[in-house]
Each structure stands twice: as structure tokens, then as C-alpha cells.
Design a binder for this molecule. Sequence first.
Ligand SMILES: *Cc1c(COP(=O)(O)O)cnc(C)c1O
Length: 220
Amino acid sequence: MNIAKNLITLKEQLPETCTLVAVSKTKPIELLQEAYDAGQRHFGENKVQEMTAKHEALPKDIHWHMIGHLQRNKVKYLAPFIYLIHSVDSERLLREINKQAKKHDRVIHCLLQMHIAQEESKFGFDENELDDVIALIKAGEFPAVQIDGLMGMATFTDDEEKITDEFRQLRYWFEKLRKSAGADIDAHVLSMGMSNDYVLAIREGSNMIRIGSSIFGARN
Ligand SMILES: *Cc1c(COP(=O)(O)O)cnc(C)c1O
């Protein structure tokens, strides 16, 4: 695996405005350092303990992205340093993030995760739940949280038409959210696309892709 080369190859395919998050879950510190040395600054992890350990070991100008399901009792460990939480999937989680952000005297930036895939197992809001949570946010319930946009994961399939439909749905909700901008909402991030579907995601308007295996190699 030539990490530096993989990063260059990916960057060549991205529009200027698209942020590449290097998903480094399960990978050892040395490989993250290699990506860092090649200029990569955005890293994504899906486990709190693994992220905090890597945060402690690596340079402090890294932007850490939480992309996995987040338990409320673990928010406190991320609160001091997290750059962006992509996986906000409940009002209760949002309340806890708000509480911990206040404690650390900061604003924590978040994306709302939308359920777009066919699989039952994937987390996220549906359209009605999105409307409900947006109403609460606009009512000023979470002053220490800033909503930057939406995140979603498409169905794991070879059916490009299906993936495109799902990304298009997410893009539609994103445009809707953009129009409802307010004090605690400034929707400018649309996080969609992974190693197997980022080309389709970019075509549908993604401006943040989360790439693991195409940078670091397959996970065990
Ligand atoms: C693991 C993961 C990725 C990256 O997956 P790859 O297929 O390795 O690129 C992206 N997003 C989320 C939410 C993940 O859990």
C-alpha cells in the first residue's frame, strides 16, 4: 500500500470544494502518520476509544471526524477535541453533545445522519424525524451545537442506479435544510461517498467523502 500515492490519485478526482476524510479505523498509528506526512489532515474514526488514543499520539493539527454510531455516555471523551460528528442520529444524543460542549466552553459541529439505505441496520433519521429535530434546533434547544449539514450511507450494492437514487434523496434533504438556515444551522456540508461509491456521490453533489480502504487498504 502506497498511502501517499493513493491520496494523490484520489485528490486528482475530487473537485476543489470536496473534502477528503481519511477513514483510519482499525489502522495503526504508523499508517496515519504516513498519511499525515503526505499532507492529509482530516481523519475519520468510528470508535471513541480508538480515536482518543490516536488523538493523543498524533499531531494536534489533525481534524478528527466521528463517523460511527456514538453512544451518549462516550460523548464526554470526544468533547474536548472533536472537529465534526457525522453520526448524530437522535435527539437524546444531540442533547448530550450540547451538554458536553457547554462544559468545555465550545461549540461542537455536527451533521445529522439520514437513513437512506435499504438495510435496516443503518442508523439515521427519516424525513419526519428530520423535520422534528430541525424544529427543536431552530427553537434554540442546542445552543452549543452547530449543524453543518447531513451525512448518509448508501446501500452496499453494485446497483449504481439504486445508489444514485439514495444519494439524490439525501441531496434533496440537504437542499431543503439549506433553506432553513438559522442561528444554529448553517448547512454547507454534504457527507456522502465511500471507497466503493464516491464517484457517484460526487456526481450527486457530495462535498465530503469518507474513504478508508482505497487509502489504507482493506480492513480485516
Ligand atoms: C468505514 C466507513 C467508511 C469508509 O469505508 P471504505 O469502504 O473503507 O472507504 C465511510 N463511512 C463510514 C460511516 C464508515 O463506517
